[in-house]
Design a protein around this ligand. Structure first.
Ligand code: KMH
Ligand code: ZN
Length: 274
């Protein structure tokens, strides 16, 4: 019997330049077209970073609000805004992302070395963002870059209770230089430490770890995140042509594992989004 598979697409990210990767969707038109293609291919949720007119990462509230609206008009995908932004974004601007009223927001459970940079998520910021999401009815996806962040999630839920909607969804982001490796062993250790309140989890492997993490997640009953935020090659030395290509590959891997892609409506139910 087949079971449902949530495929989240993370099409843009904040760390790759348009110059290095012209096929990266950086304008609103490109993002909406990508979202439609990925929904048709089998995605149920989109994890969104936006860019300015020069294709640089921005947390401009007007643009974020327009983006949420445009994605809702064009698709039935769950719209998740990144509160991680880029490694250079200040914490106060990252909190303001919730003013754009997304369905969901990413919420990273601790500070991580991120290549040569630092992705800053001090505990007071994490707790403020979490309580703001609870107040606003925005459903967080807890992003875990390291095993210590699994413990931090236990601590957060113990102290502040359940998110809006009562479901707890987690995404393991693996293989960042500075975070946990993208290996089956690390994923199994992470899953074993998850709080009992967790109702669903997905995983994504950055760069070369992408396939290892995809198969490890399927083997453990997890969901998947794919997209050009996380990987820019479809095979060694072969550039990704589009985000839909990565979604299609995830659908095919899921099919072999007897998993069926979830629609936006099914994803809303999974995540407790009304
Ligand atoms: N761009 C990374 C530093 C998130 O979206 O919440 C952080 C990130 C996580 O992408
Ligand atoms: Zn992101």
């Amino acid at each position: 019997m087949s079971s449902p598979l949530l495929i989240t697409v993370a099409p843009t990210g904040a760390e790759t330049t348009k110059a290095d990767c012209p096929q990266l969707p950086t304008t609103l038109e490109e993002l909406v077209a990508t979202a439609k293609e990925c929904e048709a291919a089998g995605a149920g949720m989109i994890h969104v970073h936006i860019r300015d007119d020069d294709h640089r990462p921005t947390l401009d509230l007007g643009r974020l609000t327009d983006t949420v609206q445009a994605l809702h008009e064009a698709t039935d995908l769950v719209v998740q805004l990144s509160t991680g932004g880029s490694v250079h974004d200040p914490l106060d601007q990252r909190l303001k992302v919730l003013d754009a009223e997304p369905d969901s927001c990413s919420l990273t459970m601790g500070t991580t070395n991120f290549g040569d940079d630092v992705f800053s998520n001090p505990w007071p910021f994490v707790t403020e963002l979490y309580q703001l999401a609870q107040e606003r009815g925005v459903v967080p996806e807890f992003e875990l870059f390291d095993l210590g962040q699994v413990a931090a999630l236990n601590r957060l839920l113990d102290k502040y209770g359940l998110p809006s909607g009562g479901r707890v969804h987690v995404d393991f982001v693996m293989g960042v230089p500075g975070g946990m490796p993208g290996t089956t062993a690390a994923l199994v250790a992470g899953v074993a430490g998850l709080p009992s309140e967790v109702t669903s989890w997905s995983a994504t492997g950055i760069g070369r770890s992408t396939l290892d993490v995809m198969y490890a997640s399927l083997s453990q009953g997890g969901h998947l995140r794919v997209g050009m935020e996380d990987v820019l090659t479809i095979a060694r030395g072969v550039p990704v042509e589009s985000n839909a290509q990565l979604v299609e590959r995830a659908v095919e891997a899921g099919r072999i594992a007897q998993r069926v892609p979830m629609s936006g409506a099914e994803t809303r139910e999974l995540l407790g989004i009304s």
